[in-house]
Ligand binder design. Structure first.
Ligand code: SF4
Ligand code: SF4
Length: 297
């Protein structure tokens, strides 16, 4: 079975316990304004153009049958003409034009994951499937998870939760840990900033916990959206009520801003600055959590 991914990131220490290999699957059901993986959010194949790497060799201009690469004097990417054929990527040795779109079989991907087994063993780590939304490719993901479990590798899936319950049901036998995003408990606010309400997401989280699965609730803490004591407390209360094992808060950063530029996409709000970890700590002071809380970043 073949799936679509954007990237394999090795030696991650932020996406579950120990050292992990993180695989980013393509496509998502939400459109979070602050998304730090816009290339994975999109279903379609898109070309990225990183002008600062361009050495103006002109190879892409000759390679492009659509005239979408500009001229020798001015190398560009005209998205109204580009068909996404990838001819420019093939000749661009500077790596300035590239697609984040890898078609790979479950078996070939498992061979990549397996290479880091020694590190998982020493650190109690494993593999994390992220995205995008990994569960959008539920059959591919199930096959991968089965290979990982049979190969003795601990499994985690990071999910936005906005998929049918049946997709979760399908992968449950192969799962060790869920990193489950809860972004807001007010559905209207959730819809305004992500494009969908949060009822199904919260219900899926509740059901996973009730099935005895290990769930860490992850909360991107975003100024103007959920960075309020009342809302963060509400998320903690929900996590405790459903039986999540921990809540991780991830303060907003702007590392993704350049990716939007390479994709000619608008980044949501240039005025919003990164959130310092200490401000999130301050916001949580005095909240009676009775639950393990972590603040990353
Ligand atoms: S992907 Fe194809 S059509 Fe698009 S700019 Fe490159 S060569 Fe031209
Ligand atoms: S092939 Fe790459 S390095 Fe050469 S002009 Fe095109 S974008 Fe620039």
């Amino acid at each position: 079975m073949v799936g679509r991914i954007t990237n394999i990131q090795r030696f991650s220490v932020h996406d579950g316990p120990g050292i992990r290999t993180v695989v980013f699957l393509k496509g998502c059901t939400l459109r979070c304004r602050w998304c730090c993986n816009p290339e994975a959010m999109l279903q379609e194949s898109v070309l990225m153009f990183q002008p600062e790497l361009c050495i103006r060799c002109g190879a892409c201009v000759s390679a492009c049958a659509m005239g979408a690469s500009g001229t020798l004097e001015q190398i560009t990417l005209d998205r109204t003409r580009c068909t996404g054929c990838g001819a420019c990527e093939e000749v661009c040795y500077a790596g300035a034009k590239y697609k984040k779109d890898i078609y790979i079989s479950a078996e070939a991907l498992w061979k990549e994951i397996e290479k880091d087994k020694i590190f998982y063993k020493r650190t109690k780590g494993g593999v994390t499937f992220s995205g995008g939304e990994a569960l959008l490719q539920a059959d591919f993901l199930t096959e991968l998870l089965r290979l990982c479990k049979e190969g003795g590798v601990q499994t985690a899936v990071e999910t936005c939760g906005n998929v049918p319950w049946e997709s979760f049901e399908q992968i449950l036998p192969w799962m060790d840990l869920f990193l489950f995003d809860i972004k807001h408990t007010d559905s209207a606010k959730h819809r305004e900033y992500t494009g969908a309400g949060c009822e199904k997401i919260m219900e899926n989280c509740r059901r996973l916990c009730s099935r005895g699965k290990s769930v860490i609730v992850r909360v991107p803490v975003i100024p103007e959206f959920n960075f309020h004591r009342v809302e963060l407390e509400s998320i903690i209360r929900f996590a405790k009520e459903v039986g999540a094992r921990e809540v991780d808060f991830l303060p907003y950063h702007r590392y993704a801003a350049n990716k939007y530029r390479y994709l000619d996409m608008e980044y949501w709000n240039p005025g919003v600055q990164r959130l310092d970890k200490s401000l999130v700590e301050e916001c949580l002071v005095g909240i009676d959590t009775k639950l393990e809380i972590r603040i990353d970043g």
